[in-house]
Design a binder for this molecule. Structure first.
Ligand SMILES: Cc1cc2nc3c(=O)[nH]c(=O)nc-3n(C[C@H](O)[C@H](O)[C@H](O)COP(=O)(O)O)c2cc1C
Length: 338
């Protein structure tokens, strides 16, 4: 099990902290962060994107707490190949929350037990609105099944002895916000550590985020609440914190286009692009993932014509050449693994 999950041998030396320092790497547990910080800065779970190299990048630029992409617990349990490709971490990738999609207690408990040594908490996705996910009993359909979610929380808590290992959920809101408040209170009573709220219903897409609903949830429970939805800058995060009093602010699309947003940058600086190249290439990131992230980061800086050319690039060397010619960005030296 260990060698499947533990990527630290191969990537720990590539830590952004520099050679040697990772030996003494210390991190704050999520509940300590919530107790200490005005608001905790959080990189959201993102399928395909919130993987190890991107998490390390955002951590360098102000993120306090990062989530893995949603991992389907059943595949994670049944297939070693899925486990290997879905979950990679290293010893400086902390504090880390592993997010699972689960439709039943047994899968959630067993998948959670596997990641305990490598993470600081597990999260149950109760917000994914996609039809395939809800048809499998995952994501937002769990908002209508509070008893199942309560059972998952209770059983997982009972199965994990580590006291500071957290069990959280990420939700969307109901049409009737009173139902969401009731749902959250039930989960709190079942032993939930904290929850993240994307302030839209499962049916909503581009509609404004309901920050009033998040504020109401925050004032109705006694566990930390994270606000999520349309946060694109540090200023935006501060504004939502003021409006909602949330203990944490989580960003997804905003941090994809500017991984340095929580450090106060208005757009992705050159240094951050170079850090991404270094981290992605050092950790053996797929070309598609490497390229997609650069597309997100540089989109605003590229003209339409440049975007079209960039989208057509099909190799790492052509991407690096494009960056040099169009942005004057030279690729950092990538250390050769011994
Ligand atoms: C590419 C992408 C992948 C996502 N994957 C996940 C996921 O794995 N789990 C999850 O709970 N939400 C996922 N989401 C939703 C985000 O975490 C977040 O709730 C949503 O995008 C709203 O936040 P934003 O306005 O900051 O983007 C994803 C969103 C995007 C854009």
């Amino acid at each position: 099990m260990v060698d499947i999950l533990d990527a630290s041998n191969s990537v720990s030396r590539l830590s952004l902290l520099g050679d040697g320092e990772e030996q003494d790497f210390k991190w704050k547990k999520p509940l300590e962060l919530f107790a200490e910080r005005k608001f905790v800065r959080i990189c959201a779970p993102m399928v395909r994107y919130s993987k190890l190299p991107f998490r390390l990048l955002t951590r360098k630029y102000g993120v306090d707490l990062a989530y893995t992409p949603m991992i389907v617990s059943n595949s994670f349990l049944c297939s070693l190949k899925a486990r290997d490709s879905d979950f990679t971490t290293c010893n400086v990738d902390r504090p880390l929350i592993v997010q699972f999609a689960a439709s039943n207690t047994e899968d959630f408990v067993r998948a959670s037990q596997i990641v305990v040594p490598y993470a600081d908490g597990v999260d149950l996705n109760c917000g994914c609105p996609q039809r395939w996910a809800q048809a499998e009993g995952y994501g937002a359909c769990l908002l209508r099944k509070p008893e199942i979610v309560q059972d998952m929380i209770r059983q997982t808590k009972g199965a994990i002895s580590s006291q500071d290992f957290t069990i959280s959920i990420k939700i969307r809101i109901h049409h009737n916000i009173r139902e969401t408040v009731e749902f959250c209170r039930k989960m709190e009573h079942a032993g939930l550590s904290w929850l993240a709220v994307h302030g839209r219903t499962p049916e909503q897409r581009g509609e404004p985020v309901n920050n009033e609903a998040i504020q109401l949830i925050k004032s109705s429970v006694n566990i930390p609440v994270i606000a999520n939805g349309d946060v694109k800058s540090l200023e935006g995060a501060k504004k939502i914190h003021t409006e909602t009093k949330a203990n944490g602010i989580m960003a997804a699309r905003g941090i994809l286009s500017n991984p340095s947003m929580f450090a106060g940058y208005q757009s992705t600086p050159e240094e951050c692009v170079k850090d991404w190249i270094y981290l992605a290439l050092s950790t053996g990131t797929s070309f598609q993932c490497f390229h997609h992230h650069l597309t997100f980061m540089l989109q605003k800086a590229m003209s339409r014509a440049e975007q079209t050319v960039f989208a057509s690039l099909a190799s790492t060397s052509s991407v690096l050449q494009f960056l040099k010619e169009n942005f004057g960005i030279s690729a950092p030296r990538i250390p050769v693994k011994s």
